[in-house]
Design a binder for this molecule. Structure first.
Ligand code: C5P
Length: 224
């Protein structure tokens, strides 16, 4: 029962720093992490790999329901194949955003995500953690940053990995993905009414983590 386990829900658009903030919070608290975006990325990759069109909703939902993925020691396996790095590409992010707009896909992943809420606590990273998956989370954060800043961060990450990157293309991909995530009917990217909104454009990651930790201490004082 997710509501009995302490949950910190971190939502926001891609590149807002959610992933890093989530990892740091989980390390500090000794809690588990749910990277919900990875699940949508895996569905997108399975669809792509099966050669199914991204408009074939029925087949895509079947794939989401039968997804065979494992998370082991920081590695992610899809049908036994290590796809840890492959799912991080922009193409995989865009495919994820297409399948994520389908209510049947979201429904297929719901219980799986809720199953991550186990003691001592969970830090959940996504778009709808505070609104749909963990509406009873004690701490909800909506993390944003300007599109220009997010494109710049992504550009730096790719360059550091020695991967090709084009700043203008990244920015338009980010904006296109945001628009799709924000305007879809099923669980759109939206701050929960009780979420704390933090704009990380001009803030260091440590400052963001500190703010969330303060809130977690206030809410979950006895569990920390
Ligand atoms: O967070 P990440 O960039 O890995 O997410 C990839 C895509 O998966 C997002 O653009 C979004 O469309 C979708 N997603 C979602 N709900 C979540 C997490 C991710 O719709 N909770």
């Amino acid at each position: 029962m997710p509501e009995q386990v302490p949950v910190i829900a971190i939502d926001g658009p891609s590149g807002s720093g959610k992933g890093t903030v989530t990892q740091l919070l989980a390390e500090r608290l000794g809690w588990r992490v749910l990277d919900s975006g990875a699940l949508y990325r895996l569905v997108g990759m399975a669809v792509d790999g099966a050669g199914i069109g991204f408009d074939d909703t029925n087949k895509i939902i079947k794939i989401a329901n039968r997804l065979h993925a494992e998370f082991n020691d920081g590695r992610i396996l899809l049908d036994g194949r290590d796809v840890t790095d492959l799912i991080r590409t922009e193409a995989a992010g865009n495919n994820a955003s297409k399948v994520a707009a389908m209510p049947g896909v979201r429904a297929a992943l719901l219980d799986w995500q809720r199953g991550y809420a186990r003691p001592p606590g969970l830090v959940a990273d996504g778009r709808d953690m505070g609104t749909t998956v963990f509406p009873d989370a004690g701490v909800k954060v909506f993390l944003t940053a300007s599109a220009a800043e997010r494109a710049q961060r992504r550009y730096k990450q790719l360059k550091e990995k020695g991967l090709p990157a084009n700043l203008a293309a990244l920015r338009s991909e980010i904006e296109e993905r945001d628009a799709r995530d924000r305007t879809r009917a099923a669980s759109p990217l939206l701050a929960a009414p009780d979420a704390i909104e933090i704009d990380s454009t001009a803030l260091g990651i440590d400052e963001v983590v500190q703010r969330v930790l303060q809130q977690a201490h206030r809410v979950y004082a006895t569990s920390l």
